[in-house]
Design a protein around this ligand. Structure first.
Ligand code: CAA
Length: 682
């Protein structure tokens, strides 16, 4: 008998329990066990009805994603839930935790569904490049109605128990013990002789695709906007439409061809890679489960500017009281938290001009102006007022945090917490470990990322840490390409076509070209005269073209508009700079643009891994996804390089090295892996 699916009889109810930690994934052993135990219940005269439940933290959270790379093994999940249709004893699924994907599909094969109040249900398959292929696209519309089913299937976001009840996915919410409640529900079904609803049967209200044209278009548009370039949401819609066009059996048969095509697609492989890479990023050598993060029950933020304001909202949104410190009342008033925001979160946010007011905070995040001396001063002051054990963090984008830590008498408590713009929206949080940060401080940073609903990724101290450092060469090459003859619009189009949400030069205009110009000025003494320099970006700034805020930058923004409009003047300025620098302008093809931009970043990413500044190449990919909106279905820049083939990438890097000099020095890691047949991401 199965050791991952248990069986017992309570009164006249058979209880079948799936016990396959950590998330009760529906791997092969579970599927075999399910058939065995349901058959047993069917044959058991003592059992009048069946309750299906998950042990531990959750009802099955889906198929076992690790099995996707292996040949399919019978029994298929679909066979199991189709077999439930013929079971004459009522089957009640009892949901808690996260009933996702195949887990939810399994419940759709059951006749009734009850849920704990905290349960979440959903079909996140599109996020893995597939769709609910075990008849979810057929059964869910019949259970929840087409609009609700499309919402779940196409967008992939789970919903809570109350909404699931409202959508008709759940029949009852059980307060108190879930199993007892589910047994009581099953007893009542038996007592009342309630007919068993079968979700594969035709359902009234489910019409033709033509009748639902509007709602279908709504989800096509949403998918195109939120998951641009991704195929699975569109395949999912087609599969749902088959359910409207043809009988259940035929629609399911059509999926039998559609599903493997999706599962074996490059996009699905990249999305599965991203799923595991994200979980891997949480694993930090030396910071194992035995390291206790410090509790963060109160926070403080130094500096209430754009970044500080966003960080303050992160605290407030997570229910953590926070004190905002500014140097002057004027600066506080200028702060980005408007009055309505304040009113909403008033109980959680307090403001002050006095550093001693951060004395009680468990975590203090400094988000002041990017000036090393200023930051050192702030940290020295914080050292004087913060309570023992408080974590002192800086949100600097590129300063040397070792030096900042050394300005305190407790460098072990200092880390970097690098937020992305806008801080309360972007899901990435780069946690920077200095030479002296304690494992507890790092663990606290990672825990805080989760508390803020973000993904934490570890970086070492280095100019720009991991994310910005690996992205800087892409921006640099884009600027050089304009000097050499490409237009900003051409470059941005190539990158958008590749899948980036916005072109890199349009992004620069949005955040302000002057930011990096000022940084270059402050670091001018470190400039290597042998390296090619971004003269054109400086020139635009010298002309006051700072980007959108000044009405022009790489583009022009007529009449205060927000849409970038190509500006012939930029071409003229570029031609003048090229002439001064002895750069010959030419027609540049799209392939060169893509390779220059991407491989510059990949080569830098390889150096970052080689130096140990990133723990692994996949961490870079996660940072690009959640920090810069890099398309998840491409996996990431390092994953992409692996797919292209590292010998091919290295050949291009070497070519660019020969043509453009020192900045293209190939990374030793890239050379080693290309020579040995290795890869960055496995
Ligand atoms: N298959 C295999 N492993 C899985 C898994 C799955 N479906 N879901 C989670 N895991 C693993 C994780 O990799 C992780 O392993 P490690 O500890 O070794 O890193 C462990 O379970 C715990 O996961 P999380 O760290 O993510 O835990 P969490 O509490 O933060 O989140 C969760 C739990 C919400 C279930 C989240 O893991 C999740 O979203 N899982 C994926 C859900 C999903 O996509 N289901 C659909 C699968 S496809 C499908 O079902 C189609 C089909 O039938 C044909």
């Amino acid at each position: 008998m199965s050791d991952v699916v248990g069986y017992e009889v309570r009164g006249r109810i058979a209880v079948v329990t799936i016990d396959n930690p950590p998330v009760n994934a529906l791997g092969h052993a579970v599927r075999v066990g399910l058939i065995e135990q349901i058959d047993r219940a069917v044959a058991d005269d003592a059992a009048g009805a069946i309750v299906l439940i998950g042990a531990g933290r959750t009802f099955p959270a889906g198929a076992d994603i690790r099995e996707f790379d292996q040949p399919p093994r019978d029994p298929h999940l679909l066979t199991i839930l189709d077999s439930f249709d013929a079971v004459e004893k009522p089957i009640v699924a009892a949901l808690h935790g996260t009933a996702l994907g195949g887990g939810l599909e399994l419940t759709l094969g059951c006749h009734f569904r009850v849920a704990a109040p905290g349960a979440r249900v959903g079909t996140p398959e599109v996020k893995l490049g597939i769709f609910p292929g075990a008849a979810g696209t057929q059964r869910l519309p019949r259970v929840a109605g087409l609009d609700h089913a499309l919402e779940l299937i196409v967008m992939g976001e789970p919903i809570g128990a109350a909404k699931a009840l409202d959508y008709g996915i759940v029949d009852e919410i059980i307060e108190g013990d879930l199993l007892d409640g589910a047994i009581a529900f099953a007893e009542k079904v038996l007592e009342d002789g309630t007919p068993r609803p079968i979700s594969s049967e035709p359902k009234e209200g489910i019409g033709t695709p033509e009748q639902f044209a509007e709602v279908i278009q709504k989800y096509r548009d949403l998918a195109a906007r939120r998951m641009r370039g991704q195929e699975s949401p569109l395949e999912a819609i087609e599969s749902v439409l088959d359910g409207l066009r043809m009988p259940y059996e035929q629609a399911v048969a059509a999926d039998r061809e559609r599903f493997p095509r999706c599962k074996d697609s490059d996009q699905s492989k990249a999305l599965r890679y991203a799923f595991f890479a994200e979980r891997e990023a949480a694993k930090i050598p030396g910071v194992g489960k035995e390291i206790q993060p410090r509790p963060v029950e109160t926070g403080a933020v130094i500096g209430a500017g754009t970044m500080g304001g966003g960080i303050i909202m992160c605290f407030a949104d997570s229910g953590i009281p926070v004190t905002a410190i500014e140097t002057s009342q004027e600066a506080l008033d200028r702060g980005r938290i408007d009055e309505a925001e304040m009113a909403r979160r008033v109980a959680l946010i307090s403001t002050s001009l006095d550093y001693s007011d951060v004395g009680g905070a468990d975590l203090i995040i400094e988000a002041a102006f990017e000036d090393l001396e200023l930051k050192k001063e702030i940290f020295a002051q914080l050292d004087g007022v913060a309570k023992p054990g408080a974590i002192l963090a800086t949100n600097t984008s590129y300063m040397d945090i070792n030096q900042i830590a050394a300005a305190t008498g407790r460098p072990e408590d200092v880390i970097g917490l690098h937020f992305f713009v806008p801080a309360n929206v972007m899901k990435m949080l780069e946690v920077v470990r200095t030479d002296t940060s304690s494992p507890e401080a790092v663990a606290t940073g990672m825990r805080v990322a989760r508390a803020f609903g973000k993904v934490g990724g570890l970086a070492g101290v280095s100019h720009g840490f991991v994310a910005n450092r690996s992205r800087a060469p892409l921006v640099r090459e884009a600027i050089f390409l304009v000097e050499e003859g490409a237009t900003p619009a051409q470059i941005d189009q190539v990158l958008r076509d590749f899948g980036l949400p916005m072109g890199v030069l349009a992004v620069s205009d949005l955040s302000g070209i002057d930011v990096s110009w000022r940084m270059r000025q402050s670091l001018a003494h470190l400039r290597d005269p042998e390296e090619r320099y971004v003269h054109l970006a400086d020139r635009l700034c010298e002309m006051g073209r700072f980007g959108r805020k000044t009405g022009s930058g790489w583009y022009t923004y007529g009449d205060g508009g927000s849409l970038p409009v190509p500006d012939p003047e930029v071409d003229e300025i570029a031609a003048a700079v090229a002439a001064e620098q002895g750069i010959e302008r030419r027609q540049i093809d799209d392939a060169e643009i893509l390779h220059r931009c991407l491989y510059a970043a990949v080569n830098e990413g390889a150096k970052i891994v080689e130096e140990g500044v990133a723990l692994r190449a996949s961490d870079i990919d996660i940072m690009w996804q959640y920090g810069f909106g890099f398309p998840r279905w491409r996996g990431g820049i390092m994953y992409h390089a692996d797919r292209v083939g590292l010998p091919e990438v290295l050949a291009r890097v070497e070519e660019f090295h020969a043509a453009h000099g020192k900045l293209w020095q190939p990374s030793a890691l890239l050379c080693d892996l290309a020579a040995s047949g290795g890869s960055f991401t496995g």
